[in-house]
Design a protein around this ligand. Structure first.
Ligand SMILES: [Zn+2]
Length: 73
């Protein structure tokens, strides 16, 4: 069987809908954090801006923890 023919079927009933903990709203918009990487650390040898996509509640503006990037220090 050709593996590219396999389809992963996802049933939304099996998934957990993310709800805003602050206000209970269920819709989110995508926003980005911008991280600046100095030229010394950048593989490109110049200052770089790195966008990190997160989701924001459309109602109260809260950022649900589940969607925040895991930034290991
Ligand atoms: Zn909210």
């Amino acid at each position: 069987m050709d593996p590219t023919q396999q389809r992963i079927k996802i049933d939304l009933k099996d998934s957990e809908q993310i709800v805003c903990k602050e206000c209970g709203n269920k819709t989110f918009k995508q926003v980005v954090f911008l991280h600046k990487l100095s030229a010394l650390l950048s593989p490109y040898g110049q200052d770089s801006i790195i966008p990190v996509a997160v989701f924001q509640c459309t109602k109260c503006g809260a950022l649900p923890e589940e969607t925040l990037p895991q930034l290991d220090e």
